[in-house]
Design a protein. Structure first.
Length: 156
């Protein structure tokens, strides 16, 4: 009985101390569910951004644009060099990178052995995978490394 009394007294004392302790502001602007669920001009919902930029996205992810990014190592490296720190990269660039990963993973058509004038998906995939590995190996931001490794995982 004494143990229960002391336990209850300890809980009450801890609650009183917590109520008196000053609360620190959370530095994460999206820590509150309310804040995270509001679309703003600076931080629109992805679906709103996508709808507003349909024409740009279509042009930036056309087959010709994607093929250009994997035409050689320097083109692939230039696209990946545009990845910035977490949440700071242009969403159009992130969309292009994801689209390139999907583009190089498309299945080879059965007649691809006869199209000598176009690079095959497997050679484009090799160019893209090598560029992702180079970018992931660079020292710096862990976000960039993780993002590139995730794209590599999709290229398996």
């Amino acid at each position: 009985m004494k143990t229960a009394f002391f336990a209850a007294a300890a809980i009450a004392a801890a609650a009183a101390f917590a109520a008196e302790a000053p609360k620190q502001a959370d530095p994460n602007p999206f820590a509150s569910y309310d804040t995270a669920m509001k679309s703003t001009t600076e931080n629109p919902f992805a679906v709103e951004w996508s709808r507003q930029n349909d024409a740009k996205i279509a042009a930036a992810t056309s087959e010709a644009a994607l093929a250009a990014f994997v035409s050689d190592a320097s083109a692939a490296d230039a696209l990946l060099a545009r990845i910035g720190a977490a949440y700071s990269t242009d969403p159009l660039v992130m969309t292009q990178i994801a689209a390139v990963t999907q583009y190089v993973m498309r299945p080879e058509p059965w007649w691809s052995f006869a199209t000598f004038w176009e690079p095959s998906a497997s050679s484009q995939r090799a160019t893209w995978v090598a560029a992702l590995r180079r970018r992931a190996a660079m020292p710096g931001d862990a976000y960039v490394k993780t993002f590139c490794e995730q794209q590599l995982y999709l290229c398996r």
